[in-house]
Design a protein around this ligand. Structure first.
Ligand code: AMP
Length: 282
């Protein structure tokens, strides 16, 4: 496995690869959620490239860019164990020659970004789409693997690929959870013990919604009300029901629904996101 930090060398290596290329874009601090994407990519492609890049242009001014966990050595070891061919871990200056406001960016339409995470994180999805597009171009990947944990991101990347005719298949991968159902996230490292206990109520609320839905309750207002009780003590940014095909909000849940939550836990002020779909069986 090669660890590459510059674009010139990456391009050379990519040129020399034979067969299909699978790309797994990450910000590092790899956990079992990332590893599930990497394993799937390794099983479906001749070559796998994992990018490890804490992308500054997808962070807002008051967000956690500086303290975001970084552990390249361990990430590279994990990738090597899975049979990854290339870890691409560039410096910021290698990816961006200028400040964000002086770069050509890919900006998804207002309709899909002015809601959910995009609403509280203005410019976030411009940063995501722009870095993902660069990685698609640089790696010439045939497939790219994205987690359903970041459901809005996945939807927006799929839309970008359709709208701009990228010649790449986007492969969605299921959410990986701890045994107590907390969704794995690099940001879980920030959680204090109290925070972690409270954070569990996010997935508890989601699984409860699914249970109630399967019992016949479809009114989203009723489902939100019980969920907010379960999540007392958390600062809930949003709890929304969207149609998986359009990401339009719903007032009645159905078999196409994704329920999404973003909430902050009080002690570490960590912002967590999670979601559940109402079409898979429990
Ligand atoms: P990140 O490093 O947080 O940018 O995540 C990189 C990729 O891993 C994204 O496609 C995420 O959706 C995915 N991912 C992160 N956490 C999980 C998880 N718990 N289960 C599945 N995929 C995940």
């Amino acid at each position: 496995m090669k660890i590459i930090d510059n674009i010139k060398e990456l391009k050379e290596e990519i040129k020399n690869l034979k067969g299909t290329i699978g790309l797994v874009p990450t910000m590092g601090a790899l956990h079992n959620g990332h590893l599930s994407l990497i394993k799937k990519a390794v099983s479906e492609n001749d070559n796998v490239v994992v990018s490890v890049f804490v992308n500054p242009i997808q962070f807002g001014a008051n967000e956690d860019l500086d303290k975001y966990p970084r552990s390249l050595e361990n990430d590279a070891k994990l990738c090597d164990e899975q049979g990854v061919k290339i870890v691409f871990a560039p410096k910021i200056s290698e990816m961006y020659s200028d400040e964000k406001n002086n770069l050509t960016l890919i900006c998804p339409p207002y309709e899909v970004v002015d809601k959910l995470c995009g609403k509280s994180r203005p410019g976030h999805f411009d940063g995501v789409c722009s870095v993902v597009a660069k990685l698609f171009n640089l790696t010439k990947a045939n497939r790219a693997y994205f987690g359903q944990k970041d459901a809005q991101q996945l939807f927006i990347v799929q839309k970008m690929v359709r709208d701009l005719n990228f010649d790449i298949e986007i492969v969605p991968c299921p959410i990986v959870r701890e045994s107590d159902n907390l969704a794995l996230s690099s940001r879980n490292q920030y959680l204090t013990q109290n925070d972690r206990a409270l954070a569990l109520n996010i997935s508890k609320a989601l699984f409860n919604i699914k249970k109630l839905f399967l019992q016949g309750i479809k009114d989203t207002r009723a489902l939100v009300d019980v969920s907010l009780k379960i999540m007392e003590g958390l600062d809930v940014e949003y709890i929304e029901f969207v149609d998986k095909n359009t990401f339009n909000f719903q007032t009645e849940a159905d078999r196409n629904t994704i329920v999404l939550i973003a909430a902050r836990v009080p002690e570490s002020n960590t912002r967590l996101i999670d979601n559940i779909n109402l079409w898979d069986e429990m």
